[in-house]
Design a protein. Structure first.
Length: 133
């Protein structure tokens, strides 16, 4: 893995907050070719799903009701991998062939979870560019 290499060269774009997104947190950088597929705003959960032209997808979810770590039942299917984002140590979970990843970032009023088909570099860059952190 090249988690410590330069991520400034990743292809992507500045993502603007969609008007229908009803949450203070959102990604401000998205990998190239990904676009919003759908948005769901609930009382305790907000979720944005992204998809590219090859049907690869990932989700950005904010939950006010989860603890500050991802559901252990889901992480048991994945292998933990430590990543460093802005000097903070976080645990990302990858499936065996490293094509699917999930990470949780605890915030004072809930947890942000990013899950889907992303490279480790793209995952790190998305987390580094979350508005509101």
């Amino acid at each position: 893995f090249t988690d410590y290499s330069d991520i400034s060269s990743l292809d992507g774009y500045t993502f603007e907050k969609p008007p229908e997104w009803d949450c203070e947190y959102y990604p401000t950088w998205i990998p190239e070719d990904y676009a919003v597929k759908n948005i769901r705003n609930g009382v305790n959960v907000n979720s944005m799903n992204f998809e590219d032209k090859s049907n690869h997808s990932f989700s950005f979810t904010f939950s006010r009701t989860w603890s500050n770590d991802y559901n252990n039942a889901n992480t048991s299917m994945f292998s933990p991998y430590t990543v460093y984002i802005q000097g903070k140590e976080l645990t990302a979970y990858y499936n065996d062939d490293r094509t699917h990843v999930l990470i949780s970032v605890g915030v004072s009023n809930g947890v942000i979870t990013i899950e889907g088909e992303l490279t480790s570099k793209a995952l790190i860059k998305i987390v580094e560019n979350i508005y509101g952190l």
